[in-house]
Design a protein around this ligand. Structure first.
Ligand SMILES: Cc1cc2nc3c(=O)[nH]c(=O)nc-3n(C[C@H](O)[C@H](O)[C@H](O)COP(=O)(O)OP(=O)(O)OC[C@H]3O[C@@H](n4cnc5c(N)ncnc54)[C@H](O)[C@@H]3O)c2cc1C
Length: 416
């Protein structure tokens, strides 16, 4: 017989959203089991920057601060940005500035692993949270009062099961929750580069007929002697001093073209980038690359009895405006709020009707953001010259109307 352990809540997936959920619910006094198959790699300041990064909004930063994770992330390495620009034609170049909404910054570019790692450091210190890692979900069953979760040789018994196991959620498929979505027929290539320009305070995106190209600024890294030697050999005839900054580039294109670009050597890719990306990028040196298919998925329901879906398990969105994980953090805050309110009002927090409040709070907001991104993406991919004139005029006009700019910006930062 497998050993049985009892908790208030079991969370499958210890990525950014699962880890944040564990801390948010433990803050309310709930006992939590969190199950993850792969632990994040420890941090060392000499490590090169990861490819997987996120643009963390002010609202997400506030949540990470509340969970005592932000201070450590900031001490490791982050890159704040004060400006954000978007354009297709140069005349319609539109720039948003943190000053427009009386903030010191619009967000930070942060490596996903560092967010997860800092949350994990808080998790291991927390008496209410037990980490099962490396472990994986085998199956689960639920009845009116409980969920029984089977891991390898352990059974976890709880009142709530949270699926934070990402886009291909096993919990979601075991619960037979369907998804609606589509494949955009495009892929995104992430490219880590060194830049001749020093660390920048702007993130930009230009719409090209083949899809957008974007630049996210990255922090400066102190590289160890060993890594420096590797860097020098990579730089070959170029002096490393030419490249003062770091950036993450995103290149959207047809799937086949991204496949072809991925097969190029770094120096060939570098030439292609210099030919395609706007001149404001300056000279660059390609260090690393990876590509991802673009898919939209939305779970048909976020709740099935005692099972709730959060983060990418519930929704994946076009990464165009860097909102994916920010929507997931909003899910975490919504769940924490409805459970806190139930406890505060003397209600049973695990009542199915209380848990239903989570989906009520989140579905419309997620759907709106997903649809807005799709609308934007479709409008900017259409080759019609009339539509091209219209969308550039819309950008041009929005650049001139402070109230419009302020509303768009506040929503993107999650502070409206
Ligand atoms: C190209 C690209 C660029 C992006 N850029 C941005 C951006 O700039 N800003 C932004 O906000 N978002 C961005 N996103 C989206 C963002 O990366 C995701 O929204 C985010 O990673 C989702 O976090 P999550 O914790 O829900 O899922 P995941 O990060 O997928 O974590 C799921 C975790 O569950 C674990 N797991 C899975 N199955 C099991 C199992 N059976 N048992 C145990 N553990 C399991 C996995 O190991 C993993 O650790 C981007 C996405 C892409 C593809």
């Amino acid at each position: 017989m497998p050993e049985v352990k009892n908790f208030d809540c079991v969370i499958i997936g210890g990525g950014m959203i699962g880890a944040a959920s564990a801390l948010a619910l433990a803050q309310l006094g709930l006992t939590i089991a969190i199950v993850e198959k792969t632990p994040p790699e420890e941090f060392s300041s000499s490590q090169p920057l990861d490819l997987r990064v996120s643009a963390i909004s002010i609202a997400s930063e506030n949540l990470l601060t509340q969970l005592d994770a932000w201070q450590q992330i900031k001490q490791w390495r982050v890159c704040p940005y004060q400006r954000l620009s978007v354009w297709e034609q140069e005349y319609a170049y539109t720039e948003f500035n943190a000053q427009d909404i009386q903030q010191s910054h619009l967000g930070h570019i942060v490596e996903n692993r560092l967010i997860q790692l800092s949350l994990w450091q808080q998790i291991v210190k927390h008496n209410n949270i037990t980490l099962f890692c490396p472990q994986t979900l085998t199956s689960f069953t639920q009845n009116e009062n409980n969920v029984e979760v089977e891991l390898d040789k352990i059974t976890l018994n709880a009142k709530l099961l949270i699926a934070a196991d990402g886009a291909n959620s096993k919990v979601r498929s075991l619960a037979n929750i369907g998804i609606t979505g589509w494949d955009y027929q495009q892929s995104a290539m992430l490219i880590k580069v060194k830049t001749q320009l020093p660390q920048q305070n702007i993130t930009w995106q230009q719409f090209l007929p083949t899809g957008p190209v974007a630049m996210l600024p990255m922090p400066t890294v102190v590289i160890s002697k060993q890594n420096n030697a590797e860097q020098n050999s990579l730089n070959q005839d170029k002096s490393e001093n030419i490249y003062q900054g770091n950036a993450s580039l995103v290149w959207y294109h047809q799937k086949n073209e991204i496949k072809r670009l991925s097969s190029l050597s770094n120096s060939q890719l570098q030439q292609k980038i210099l030919q395609t990306f706007p001149k404001r990028l300056g000279d660059i040196f390609v260090e690393n690359k990876a590509s991802f298919p673009l898919t939209r998925r939305h779970a048909n329901q976020y709740q099935q009895g005692r099972v709730l879906l959060l983060g990418d398990a519930a929704h994946t969105i076009n990464p165009l405006a860097g909102q994916g994980v920010n929507l997931g953090f909003k899910d975490v805050l919504a769940l924490q709020t409805i459970i806190a309110e139930a406890i505060g009002n003397g209600l049973c927090w695990s009542d199915i009707n209380v848990l239903a409040g989570y989906e009520q709070k989140r579905r419309t907001d997620n759907l709106l953001m997903m649809s807005a991104m799709d609308g934007f993406y479709t409008a900017f991919s259409h080759p019609s010259s009339l539509l091209k004139a219209l969308r550039n005029s819309a950008l041009f006009i929005s650049n001139k109307i402070p109230l419009v700019k302020e509303r768009v910006l506040k929503h993107a930062c999650g502070i409206d």
